[in-house]
Structures are given as structure tokens and as C-alpha cells.
Ligand binder design. Structure first.
Ligand SMILES: Cc1ncc(COP(=O)(O)O)c(C=O)c1O
Length: 357
């Protein structure tokens, strides 16, 4: 590792924030990426998401991870610590939500999610920090009569109004008449609507900055990310340099994600962007499903690298990378950056394993 490639050793001090970070060529100049991503003076989104809130750590740290499962194949592993960007808008949530908060321009934000949605919690927290009203439309009418689980309780404590809908209505939420009815029901017809998982064009353009950060640092050849909707991958790939490639590990079963990512890139940039591919073999049974092997792998990875491993997404991506290294899928000399897109939700307990995005 050279001294000036922007990579820090695993035990480098963590207390640096974006004000001290060296400038990242390309980030500010990426078309469509709002200066709000850590820069002062953008209307609608204060630099620190509130007068007393922590400032985002951007660019996020890029750490060397010594791991013989990669080293023995001549592969260098880096961890792109997006989980350290902000304590409440963790990981890709910062990158996807801040451009939307800016676009909301003070209007109520309405968004969607399941009972353990990371995206809902982040939106609720942003609402509290910015003094912005938020409404969460929750999948599952039956949940309305039960005590709130810790994730929804956190949303409510952050001031989010919760509106429960039956699963059939939830499935149709993008249809104009269903959406209009939902907005009427929550008395927020002028609201700014963010889709489930937060993946829309502003979010994809926000994630372009992630790729741009990896463009000039660390000699990265492959940037790997876990995929739900694919919005993060769509932006990441667009921000990388020619010669770099993005690898997505879908956590849902089905093999349908490629078309969705193409559509997100078309909407955000008018064309497919960057070099990216998906490897569908590591969903471990589907969304929020796990196996004993995956659980053991995640625990072991935490021990080895002192990294809290988020189980729904991040664990599957890391597991996939170790398997790919073992298969010899990366030529010797490859540097792989694993994007740590989230952190475990501490209060969720075992129920979080049946979470929704
Ligand atoms: C921790 C984490 N990683 C990755 C993802 C996948 O992001 P995307 O839906 O943009 O593919 C999510 C979902 O938003 C997430 O919560």
C-alpha cells in the first residue's frame, strides 16, 4: 500500500470527519451530484443535517483489510466504510436520501417500507434532524393493532407518522390512483414522495459520488455492493472510471434486477453507464433469509476485521466476495473494494432477520 493512495490501515483513528479529508477529485464535479453531499451552502439540506448534528464523513474511509482468504489468491481487499458517513443516515442512506431531502425543499416526505426497513428509520431520523415532517407507509395492515417493533418505534420516536396499509394496496403503491388515495389518507397531498428503498433518480445520482470517491483512491479494480433495488449499484457504476467495474450481489432471489438497474440508469443519466454485472448466487434463499453458514461467516468476519456486519445485505456481499476469491474469479493483482453500505440495527433483535427493505 502506498502512503498516498487514500487507503488507511484497519486500525487508523476513526475520528476524522469530512472537514479534514483530502479533496476527492471528481466528486464535486460529477454532474447531477448535489454539492449537498458534505458541502456547505446548499439550500434545503444543511451541511450537517441540522445545526447540532454530526457532519458527514465524506469521502468515507477506505480501509485495508488483511484477509488471507483473498491474499492467498493475490487479491487485495479494501473496505469502503460508508457505514461511517453518518451515525443516523448510515451508508447508502446518506447518499440516497440527501439529494431527495434537498428536492423535498421543506415539504412533507412520504415514503414506504416494511416493518424493519432501514430506509424508513433513516428517513425518520433525517426528518427529526431537519425539522421536516415525515410519513412512513408501512406494508401490513395487521401491524397497526400490534405494539410497534423496535424499528418502527424508533421511526415514531423520530416523529414519523406511521400509516399501515394492506399488502395488496402496498403492492399497487406506485399506481397513480393508489398513491393519490394514500396521500389523501395521510393528509399530505403536496408531499414529496420517495419510493420504497429510496431508489429514484436523485438517489442514483447521489450514489454516483460513491463511485467517484473510488475512482482516484486505492487503485480499486472492482467495487462490490449488495443490491436490493439496485439503486446504489446504478450510481456506483456510473461514478467509476473506465477500467474499473462494479459488481452487485443481489440479496433477493429472482434474477430480475438487471433490467431494473438499467431502467434506473436510463432515468438518472439517459443511458446505461459504467461497467457492471450481477452475481445472483449469494442471496442465501432470498430477502432476509439466512443460513447457518452465512451467520457463522458474518460472526467470523466481525471477529477478524472488527467490523459490525449488517446481516440482510452486507453479510451476503462479503460472503459472495470470499466465495468468488476462492473460485479464482479475480485475477491475481486485483484490488477489490467491498462497500459497507450499512450497520446492524442494534435494537432489532432476531426479528430483524425477517426484515423488509
Ligand atoms: C445496508 C444496505 N445495503 C444495501 C442496500 C441495497 O441498496 P439498493 O436498494 O440501492 O440496492 C440496502 C437497501 O437499501 C441496505 O439497507
Amino acid at each position: 500500500m502506498s502512503d498516498n493512495d487514500g487507503v488507511t490501515s484497519p486500525d487508523a483513528p476513526d475520528d476524522r470527519d469530512c472537514r479534514d479529508a483530502p479533496g476527492v477529485p471528481g466528486v464535486r464535479g460529477v454532474p447531477g451530484v448535489p454539492q449537498a453531499l458534505g458541502a456547505p451552502g446548499v439550500p434545503g439540506v444543511p451541511e450537517a443535517l441540522g445545526p447540532t448534528g454530526p457532519r458527514p464523513r465524506l469521502p468515507s474511509p477506505l480501509r485495508e483489510a488483511a484477509d488471507e482468504r483473498f491474499a492467498r489468491h493475490g487479491v487485495r481487499l479494501l473496505l469502503k466504510r460508508d457505514d461511517l458517513i453518518h451515525p443516523e443516515l448510515v451508508g447508502n442512506k446518506w447518499r440516497k436520501l440527501t439529494p431527495n431531502l434537498e428536492a423535498a425543499a421543506g415539504r412533507t416526505v412520504v415514503t414506504f417500507g416494511g416493518a424493519y426497513s432501514n430506509h424508513l428509520r433513516a428517513t425518520a431520523a433525517a426528518g427529526r434532524l431537519l425539522g421536516l415532517p415525515t410519513v412512513g407507509v408501512i406494508r401490513g395492515q395487521e401491524l397497526a393493532d400490534r405494539p410497534l417493533n423496535p424499528s418502527l418505534a424508533r421511526c415514531a420516536a423520530d416523529g414519523m407518522r406511521l400509516h399501515f396499509v394492506d399488502r395488496s394496496t402496498y403492492r399497487r403503491k406506485a399506481q397513480p390512483e393508489t398513491l393519490a388515495a394514500i396521500l389523501r389518507a395521510v393528509d399530505a397531498e403536496d408531499a414529496y414522495v420517495v419510493p420504497e428503498g429510496g431508489s429514484n433518480s436523485p438517489a442514483v445520482r447521489g450514489c454516483q459520488a460513491l463511485g467517484a470517491e473510488l475512482r482516484d483512491h486505492g487503485g480499486v479494480d472492482v467495487a462490490a455492493v449488495a443490491c436490493g433495488t439496485g439503486g446504489t449499484l446504478a450510481g456506483l457504476a456510473a461514478g467509476l472510471a473506465p477500467g474499473q467495474r462494479a459488481l452487485g450481489i443481489p440479496v433477493l432471489k429472482g434474477g430480475f434486477l438487471g433490467a431494473g438497474i438499467e431502467a434506473l440508469q436510463q432515468a438518472a443519466f439517459g443511458a446505461r453507464r459504467g461497467t457492471w454485472s450481477l452475481d445472483d448466487r449469494f442471496h442465501c434463499g432470498g430477502y432476509a433469509r439466512t443460513t447457518q453458514e452465512l451467520d457463522a461467516f458474518a460472526e467470523d468476519f466481525e471477529q477478524r476485521h472488527g467490523l459490525p456486519v449488517e446481516r440482510l445485505y452486507v453479510a451476503k456481499m462479503l460472503y459472495g466476495l470470499v466465495a468468488l476469491a476462492a473460485e479464482g474469479a479475480f485475477p491475481r493483482g486485483t484490488t477489490v473494494a467491498a462497500v459497507i453500505t450499512g450497520a446492524p440495527f442494534p435494537d432489532a433483535g432476531p426479528g430483524s432477520q425477517v426484515a423488509s427493505r
